[in-house]
Ligand binder design. Sequence first.
Ligand code: FES
Length: 574
Amino acid sequence: MEKNKTKLRSEEWFGQDDKMGFVHRSWLRNQGHPDHMFRGKPVIGICNTWSDLTPCNAHLRDFAGIVKRGVYEAGGFPLEFPVMSLGETIMKPTTMLWRNLVSMDVEESIRANPLDGIVLLTGCDKTTPSTIMGACSVGLPTIVVPGGPMLNGKWRGRDVGSGTLTWQLEEEMKAGAITPEDLREAESCMSRSAGHCMTMGTASSMASTVEALGLALPGASSIPAVDSRKKVMAHLSGNRIVEMVKEDLKISDILTRKAFENAIMVNSAIGGSTNVMIHLTAIAGRLGVELNIDDFDEIGSHMPLLVNLMPAGEYLMEDLFYAGGLPAVIRELRRHIHNDAITVNGKSIGENCENAPCYNREVIASIDAPFKEEAGIAVLKGNLCENGAVIKPSATDGRLLQHTGRAVVFESIEDYHERIDDPALEIDETSVMVLKGVGPVGYPGMPEVGNMGLPEKLIKKGIKDMVRISDARMSGTAYGTVVLHISPESAIGGNLALVRNGDLIELDVKGRKLTLHVSEEELAERRKQWAPPTPVADRGYVHLYINHVEQADQGCDLGFLKGGSGHQVSREPH
Ligand code: FES
């Protein structure tokens, strides 16, 4: 199904019999590429987020070689290039600060080089959306190879999930139930193979989202990183991208509004991360596809929970793979999704999944007997979040979804750490914990601190959950009655900045409301006394970031990066 036979983009570099053709070819020949590689073969850029400092992507160095095999086999010419990699558990203050920087790196690296098609090797949380955003702003044929989850964590006879165990251990430490030695032992038991977090955290949610968008081969997202079938998938992706170039099947042909709606529905059905909302909105913004925060509630919140994975459930990604993987989930959703949305293999998502079997109903429920009826992310509005805030009801036990309590305010994350375990702190289980200064501008970078740990004195009383609200994000591996992404954030003067200790706050998830019960007059008075915080940087990328980052409901992209600039480059360097 070749759409056209127009000249390859790479021929602008390699197809000329003149000085610049010589220059473009000659230096590349130092790697031993024979002459026929420069004669009309689709050049495939393998964009690699491998790094020793990104543990979840450390295996991708080898995967590039496997993709290359597939590209050569299909008649293409593979060239791998590195981009900045974001290691979620290593980088400070938060990888989200650099998601947009990576997208710029990817965009400019693709456009400036002689590439006809792109393979994105991704894994850890931000490495997926950042690379896709960059690729969207260029618009070439693109396929994603998700790096795959780690094998199930195994500790003292039980399965333990990345991240989710971390939050549990933190509480057990506070309660005095485990020792520092226990903690050290648990570390290598949780992370025992290559791959990204194997809970349904942000990495697994984004990988599943990519497959639901149609950007990865069917079944690719759930295969564990160390399973030989993951290598097969990388090889086949190398094959396929060459064909996509010949068919001129561009990323914008796949990422339509229908594809985004499918991704929203699938993210609900898998109990996926709230971070997906921000990333999908940013990706859509690069393509000019209309997508707003209310779409996530309207399209996703009534979807049933079909996947029983931590943190919402009991199992892990390896179990999802053995149960049939994402195609089995998508098949269950066939009455809801747009089955005709096209995917990277040239077939529709409906065709790809129509015969996908389910092997374990404890892991993947049938649509007629879901684990929960309404599992998607709820979008809240009110005077505390005029542009929206979000909560993931499936990550709670439901008891606090309708709750009114007095605010206990922390002005910053440092303030929180300093006072949370102070025995004199006036707080009980009915209080609403409020954290300010952790939004995109305020932190900066909107870290995953929204699921503030509870005070030690309440944990010791057996309290497991409280209402927490902030302008932060939350790790997809976390749980609790946590309201996130409050927009506008406190640092730019959202009403969150005006909350004081003792104010009454009402959470009404059913009614989609978050209300600060303080009069308009009183708020106006407090606003007169409020001053914005001093900017944290007056130079460099952080300065650029805080001056241009958009709010959470708009995807946290830098405003000037929205849209794309295509792939054309008309001028030569010499
Ligand atoms: Fe990399 Fe969780 S830390 S995916």
